[in-house]
Ligand binder design. Structure first.
Ligand SMILES: *Cc1c(COP(=O)(O)O)cnc(C)c1O
Length: 224
């Protein structure tokens, strides 16, 4: 199986999952997660016309994507990994969508950079639905007030919410919780579901699914 074979399988599975629950397949966008893979592994997907990608590290994306963007205009690059406020400048320069807004310091730094650069990446708030101490994301109980602060104090428009459920638990309650927080805050977009559970996430309302290994293959974490 090539990357393209797996990509075709994934897009077919996404469309089927949407149709099966009465949703328009066009309402679900595949974010192909290319972290740890070199630019040459991404080219076949770009050649096939895919244009929405995710990276979890600012530094890695800065090395990989400017060259690819020159050859393939129209790329939409999502930051799906944790963001440090001292990387806000590079993040705003490099990404079209930042999915990991999760604290006021980041909101302030992004607002500042967006003003300076005159660039407005779309923003998602990451929610730590499992309240895991090691994981990024605002706690579920703090999400409403944080969303209000983003809008009122920092004048940031938030498009939706993102979560990464705990690895050792059923994902569905986490997806349902994220959908609930989004609904009561009037947010339309839900980034949830990865290689192992994107079909379930689609059933529970995902508008973006972030799929890495099911398309790209096994990741070698020893790579820088
Ligand atoms: C790596 C990653 C993914 C993709 O995970 P797979 O299981 O390989 O599909 C999705 N979301 C985030 C935040 C990630 O870091």
């Amino acid at each position: 199986m090539t990357i393209i074979d797996r990509y075709n399988d994934a897009t077919a599975a996404i469309a089927r999952a949407a149709t099966d629950c009465g949703r328009d397949p066009a309402s679900v966008t595949l974010v192909c997660v290319t972290k740890t893979f070199p630019a040459e592994d991404v080219v076949p997907l770009l050649d096939a016309g895919h244009h929405v990608f995710g990276e979890n590290r600012v530094q890695e994306a800065m090395g990989k994507w400017p060259g690819l963007r020159e050859k393939f205009p129209g790329v939409e690059l999502h930051l799906i990994g944790p963001l440090q406020s001292n990387k806000a400048k590079e993040a705003v320069e490099t990404f079209d969508v930042i999915e990991s807004v999760d604290r006021e310091k980041i909101a302030a730094a992004l607002a500042d950079e967006m003003r300076k650069q005159g660039k407005r990446p779309r923003l998602f708030v990451q929610v730590n639905t499992g309240a895991e101490p090691q994981k990024a994301g605002i706690l579920p109980g703090d999400a409403d007030s944080f969303l209000m602060a983003c809008r009122d104090a920092y004048k940031l428009e938030i498009s939706g919410l993102m979560c990464v459920p705990p690895v050792d638990q059923q994902a569905s309650p986490h997806f349902a919780l994220l959908a609930d927080i989004a609904a009561r805050n009037g947010l339309r977009e839900l980034s949830m579901g990865m290689s192992s559970d994107f079909e379930l996430a689609i059933q529970l309302g995902a508008t973006y699914v972030r799929v890495g290994s099911a398309i790209m293959g096994h990741r070698d974490y020893k790579q820088p």
